[in-house]
Design a protein around this ligand. Sequence first.
Ligand code: ATP
Length: 232
Amino acid sequence: MTLLHVDAVDVHYGDFQALFTLSLSLEEGQTLAVIGANGAGKSTLMKTIAGLMVPSQGSVTFDGRDVTRLPSHRRVPLGIALTPEGRRIFPSLTVEENLMVGAHVKRKGPWNLEAVYEAFPLVADRRDRLGFNLSGGEQQAVAIGRALMSNPRVLLLDEVSLGLAPVVIEDIYAALPRIMEQGTTVLLVEQDVNHALKVASRVQCLLEGRTVLEGPADALTRDQIASAYFGI
Ligand code: ATP
């Protein structure tokens, strides 16, 4: 079943157009990686799905409902959760309190404190630590955990690995299969193609606000992806 459908959206920042008749479809239970270089429009697409940007043309449909103009706080209860680039952990709250912020939506589902701690042992070990005292990788794991606490039907992960040490990126990626096993649909934005290909079943590559390549992750060659990524 198609859970999310973005249909031919144009998205602008003032006079600047960031997305051009861009479409994307996500089946329930699927993991789709949106890849592309700096400025390709990946974060803009995520913000459009989460309700932080409103397209000037086109539509966003979630579970059969047109949500194009629905504000982001009304999309969360429907099951759309964004882990934004930059993470945005509350510095004066403990890890556990940060996670509980995500639970205020009270959607039913498999995710609670125990399940998050099991998926991210790193987070469990630091449950009493203040957000202020967390490393970048710890913040990223807490931000994903917080989004999961809302029991999303689709989890939007923006630039998971950006600025993190390789060993921490491995830890975070190690948790993703467990998230998918719970039936959570994942839309992953990455600059790092290798990480994206490890977990995604489909890949969509953006260049300057347009889709230049898409297909099953195991059917695309490295050369095809590299050419699309760099616009060669
Ligand atoms: P990055 O990995 O660098 O964030 P991206 O693929 O996520 O890249 P976007 O952040 O979506 O790209 O940016 C797409 C285009 O929109 C870029 O040209 C960028 O400069 C522009 N842009 C992004 N945010 C704004 C903004 N707030 N105001 C004006 N232009 C913006």
